[in-house]
Design a protein around this ligand. Sequence first.
Ligand SMILES: Nc1ncnc2c1ncn2[C@@H]1O[C@H](COP(=O)(O)OP(=O)(O)OP(=O)(O)O)[C@@H](O)[C@H]1O
Length: 797
Amino acid sequence: MPEPLYVTVRGAVTRLDPTREHSIGGAESCDVRVDVAGLSAPVARLRHIGHWMMIPDPGVEETTVDGEPRAEAVIHLRSTRDVKVTLRLGSSSVDLTLSHTDPAAAPPGPTAPPTPAAEPPTPPAPKPAPPVGWVPSTLRRDGTGTRTHAIGARTVLGNGPGAGIDVPDLGVAAEHATLNRRPDGEFEIRDAGRGAGTFVRGRRVMWARLRPGDSFTIGYSTFTLDGPGALRETRQATGATLVISGLCAAYRTRGSGSRPALQELSAVLRSGEVLAVVGPSGAGKSTLFSALLGEVEVTAGTLLFSGLDLATEAEQIRHMVAFVPQRDDLHDSLTVGQVLHQAARLRLAPGTTPAERGARIQEIARHLEIDHLMRERIRTLSGGERKRVSIGVEILGGPRLLMLDEPTSGLDAGRTRSVMRLLRDIAGNDCTVAVATHSTDQLDGAGKTLVIGSKGRPLYFGDTASALDALGEDDYADLMLTAHRTPEAAAASFLDGPVPREAAALAGTRRRADPPPSLRPEPPRRRVLHQIGVLAGRELALLRARGPLALAQLPGVPALGGVLAALGASPDGLGGGAEENNTPGVQALTILITACVFAGQAITYSDVVSQLPILHREKRAGVSPGAVIAAKALVFGVLAVLQALIAAAAFRLVRPPGDAFLLVGPDTDLALCLSGAALASMSLGLLISASASTLERAVGLATTTAICQVALGGGLLDLSGRSPLSAVSMLLPSRWSSAALAATTDMRELSITAPADGLWDHRTGLMLTELGILLALTAVYACAAWLVLRHRLARRS
Ligand SMILES: Nc1ncnc2c1ncn2[C@@H]1O[C@H](COP(=O)(O)OP(=O)(O)OP(=O)(O)O)[C@@H](O)[C@H]1O
């Protein structure tokens, strides 16, 4: 049973119930009444999340615990010892004593300071608290505040003792950036492209010139040039406030412009708080998250997180924000351990060592109670376990704002409660948590609630405990029915209430992001290379996870094609004796090319479209669509070439390729032509898969393309003239690979059924051109796939 907390102020003891949040302040509604500077607003809140924690209001200027000044936004009371807390505002302060046992029931004796002897003998053992803050212990430097560094001609900033200035945050690489003094005496900052970025006034930069007074941000530290040789570092106080002020968002509709989805929504959420966003279906709960993620058009209002504007400084805060979508899209065939390791390699700075990644994964897995599932495949997990893994993937990077869309949908009441408890725990570790939910019976897990009515109109924001009373409803079922009709009085009273005013006041004080003097925003190439490596590794893991039967098909299809082509060919294979006419040679050539284009296209045509939700999720975490396509082209390209070699070898086992050749020899030329066919078709398959909106459409597109490849390869229809069909065939790998193979085997000379096609002439230069065109098609299809995928993942609604 969670234990109560006893707060003593000037001799008066108040017992706090662990099942709900309590406020300390001057207002009558506060649970513990204190007078600090005559303020009526709460100066601190106390909440139980497995242990008690105190959240001083940001307006409190100084908090001391047992006489020690504390800069944290959240003070965790993990010990069962009595603690003396002083909160100071201006010249006024208040002293509180927080006890885990009732001081009034304690035996008479000395009261302060408490000694071990004065403590009650066996206080009830609390549930073991999470061992660490959400910013991981392995990479954490305690404390916040300001310090000044001496800087020379070149100073390296990075994560670890090797750097001149140590910035121990998750997104910071070991050698993250260098600060150089220029010949003119000014300084420039250069990002090494290995971590989560260097930011100057909200923009991610690879290079920027800095003058005295200019600042740049790396991880959670902001550095300001204080003059020659001095760099002032300000660590962002843990805990950041989310301010939503007068937010209006709209979806574009076909033809008629846009349809409003959120209207003048306001809320203020502080670190350590859990916000439940509730409302009837279609009210706009998911849209609110889309707006916070920059995925829907914000037509008015302000969104601030940690003082940064999400509209203009989204890049800088991207690594602070994580989103767990409603569907737990994860690679089903991988194990939990593989999924977490891949996610850690993509989401943590590339310079993070395997030991650090392992420690972080262990830390998260223990916290989420999934450490015993590391070897289980995702598809074998229950809904609740899968949800925990999905949350784990998103919090690996140590976000400060975690948003979850329906995290409890499909879970039983017990699992729902445990997810809500987990979210409270996460919030208690320097994170702000917002959750859209229909599980209104478990809302007591969230301290704050935002009720949205139909058409995105806000009806209530405030303490969860007061939501029903404020809206005059008995239960949430009634509230949902009322909210569906959006009562004008409630909507108007919200807009006239204190929440929009407070949000507007906070939004009005935001820092302006002026353009910096000199910037060079560049794509961080090294990061993309790192991502290609990680994603290629994942493709290999996914291939291995397909199982032996599916893996056996990969060499099986081209081998069958090679054997069938050989059986259809004359005893001389693709060649032929001078006096003998090799009529079946064209058929054999067509079967060989068909087998290779089918095999190449088949390995990729469904790949991107079936992973789209996962890719969308990873794009939000900074994974580049270019890296995705490059990794797939790399792995599947090698696979396609291997398949072509298997087809060539199978053919060669049964029939000779012939005597004629143009480049290296009959066998090598055959292998080159088939490899070109398979490689370019693999790339065409990627384009199909990136373009199709559903798997069914991808199947349709792939089938159509395959038919065209067979019919327009050159061996079945005469494409020698300037017909439209001939023009279309130029876009297909089968046309160029058939021509190259016919050229090297001198098919026009050997077979009377060979078409009078100039592309089939037995000329070395022609064959080299045709192989070159196959490579060019491979590159063009892959680039087109990248552009299409980039467009699809970036598309705003
Ligand atoms: N991509 C989109 N394009 C156009 N309209 C959209 C789009 N997504 C959502 N909408 C509309 O915006 C409104 C709010 O949708 P949203 O998904 O935010 O509601 P919700 O409260 O999350 O609903 P639910 O509880 O059913 O998930 C709805 O009317 C919906 O039809």
